[in-house]
Design a protein around this ligand. Structure first.
Ligand code: B12
Ligand code: SF4
Length: 495
């Protein structure tokens, strides 16, 4: 780190996605969402008159990305990544450092949970919310702060005099942002979703001039009150869950509608809870007559029927429920909050669908309890629940989670290549060998999306609301191409 004190610092914030979007048709085809982490940090830093540029890597390869950043001659480069994209984040940081040795490089995001020092290529590692630590690092670079050794959230830093990695300070949860700033917004045109509930407006016949789905992501709160053993959020936020002012959230939505033509909001909270806040949000939208379609993440057992109906009336078109397993024993292993109320899965999803909300369910395979026979139970269970959409991931022990610590201790981590920590590859030793697990997951997708139960469910949906036909057709086409739906699309089309 070379100090070159400046009042206005040239800041580049990058969301590294490695080649994930290019090599993963499921993600690429399903949805590309804006990188809120860097947009939020950018939005906060902008008020201090720094010169900010945001880059979402997506289809840029590492070399082109580095060339672009180097051309900007940055003073500060903040890089956000997940575990799967950390190797690329590091390659990018090293290359930027080589070309611009004076630039300060900062790493943030969920992979920082698993680090024990400042990785080569980086000067700072920030754990948790990035706004305040970034501001303080910039204050240091601008000469307004004398030391970096005491910034809460800067967990590691490179000592400017020795270039050695030094431990800093962990997050201080008493230190909160007074209000969440609104994020800087990247160009909307690259962001879209294939999901039925998210592209509902785009596929409805709204007349020739209708612009289609214009997506924007919004955060209502940060953190999560639950503590699932595979999830990074409770580790990062220590079970804390902080909500924004609902009036401010709705002000932001109105602003997005008026200035960016947004008509679809993706609420990016880890789980949209508590119910009282959700109701307040719906009421605010309704009282102000804000007509917008939105979706959110939900936890089984957290929203009752009346609330789900109110949500639907206030524009909620889709909920993502992480149902994760087909038996309560496995849910208990995962520390899921509804493990003791397994039947609630059926109840909540039926209530949401009855209210007209599309349900996308997340299911995990590769649990310690999984056997080949268990997959028959998984399929029967999923057909019975019949979510509108299903996403199946492999149980992944992310560094810094209780699942990772346990697996590491038992010697059950079978994959060192961090690029495979994308929930699309088995990386944990379980009773089923990895290749078998991949085959069984593919068969589970095909079994669900090819099932009569799913088909009948969607037919009933469309019979009840014919305006849903186009979005359902579009998704079936996608499922046929990518999710192993064997029957020809024509057999479904128009049915
Ligand atoms: C919404 C979401 C998505 C969305 C959008 C992702 C995106 N590109 O932004 C979708 C559905 C596309 C998605 C996909 C995936 N996701 Co995801 N996702 C989330 C979720 C629910 C919320 C993230 C979010 O937007 N939060 C709002 C922003 C504002 O907060 P934030 O990201 O935490 O950022 C703050 C801090 O972390 C910090 N920070 C972050 N970056 C930086 C950088 C710097 C320099 C600094 C200083 C600070 C900093 O400051 C920010 C502002 O305060 C999280 C968390 C969760 N509980 O599940 C998982 C999560 C991030 N996803 C995860 C994973 C694994 C994935 C997938 C790989 C899995 C899959 N196959 O679906 C893909 C990867 C796709 C991709 N390339 O982006 C993991 C990552 C774990 C890890 N260690 O890698 C998480 C943590 C969930 C988990 N299992 O614990 N995801
Ligand atoms: S409910 Fe979701 S966000 Fe909360 S701990 Fe569990 S998996 Fe993570």
């Amino acid at each position: 780190m070379v100090l070159d004190r400046k009042l206005t610092v040239k800041v580049v914030l990058i969301e590294v996605t490695s080649d994930y979007y290019r090599r993963n048709p499921l993600s690429q085809m399903a949805r590309v969402l804006e990188p809120l982490a860097v947009e939020y940090i950018g939005g906060y830093l902008e008020q201090f008159k720094h010169d900010i540029t945001l880059i979402h890597q997506l289809d840029l390869d590492n070399e082109s990305l580095v060339a672009r950043v180097v051309g900007m001659k940055p003073d500060f480069v903040g890089i956000s990544c997940m575990t799967y994209s950390f190797p690329d984040a590091q390659t990018i940081a090293r290359a930027i450092k080589k070309e611009c040795p004076k630039a300060t490089t900062v790493l943030g995001g969920y992979h920082t949970l698993g680090l024990s020092d400042c990785p080569d290529g980086f000067d700072f590692v920030v754990k948790g919310e990035g706004e305040l630590p970034c501001r303080e690092i910039l204050d240091f670079l601008a000469g307004r702060r004398l030391s970096v050794s005491n910034i809460p959230g800067v967990v590691y830093y490179r000592d400017p005099s020795t270039e050695q990695s030094r431990p800093g300070r962990d997050i201080n949860h008493d230190r909160q942002l007074p209000a969440f700033p609104w994020p800087m917004r990247l160009d909307r045109s690259r962001y879209f979703s294939m999901s039925m509930g998210e592209n509902y407006l785009a596929t409805m016949n709204m007349g020739e001039n209708y612009p289609g789905t214009q997506l924007a992501c919004v955060v209502v709160g940060r953190g999560c009150p639950y503590s699932c053993d595979f999830c990074c959020t409770p580790q990062l936020f220590h079970g804390r869950h902080v909500c924004r002012s609902i009036v401010d959230v709705v002000d932001e939505i109105v602003h997005l509608q008026a200035h960016l033509g947004v008509n679809t909001i993706n609420i990016r909270d880890e789980t949209f809870t508590p119910q009282t806040m959700v109701r307040k949000f719906c009421k605010e939208l309704q009282d102000r007559r804000v007509r917008v379609q939105w979706r959110a993440f939900a936890t089984v057992g957290s929203l009752d029927q009346e609330t789900l109906q109110q949500m639907a009336s206030a524009g909620c078109h889709m909920l993502f429920y992480g149902i994760e397993a087909s038996d309560s024993e496995t849910l208990r292993l995962r520390h899921k909050s509804f493990a003791r109320h397994f039947d609630q899965i059926f109840v909540d999803i039926a209530h949401a669908q009855d209210a007209g909300i599309f349900v996308r369910a997340g299911f995990i395979v590769g649990h310690e309890t999984d056997t080949e026979q268990a997959f028959e139970r998984h399929l029967a269970f999923l057909k019975q629940v019949h979510p509108d959409e299903l996403y199946i991931s492999f149980l992944t022990p992310f560094p810094g989670t209780p699942l990772f610590d346990r697996a590491k201790e038992r010697g059950d981590i079978i994959e060192d290549n961090l690029r495979h920590y994308d929930c699309e590859h088995p990386v944990l030793r379980v009773k089923i060998p990895p290749k078998e697990l991949v085959r069984l997951r593919t068969e589970l997708y095909a079994g669900f999306y090819g099932s009569n139960e799913w088909r009948q469910h969607l037919k009933k949906r469309v019979a009840r609301n014919p305006r849903e036909q186009a979005t359902v057709d579009r998704f079936i086409h996608f499922a046929h191409e990518h999710l192993g739906l064997k029957e020809p699309f024509s057999a479904w089309n128009g049915s």
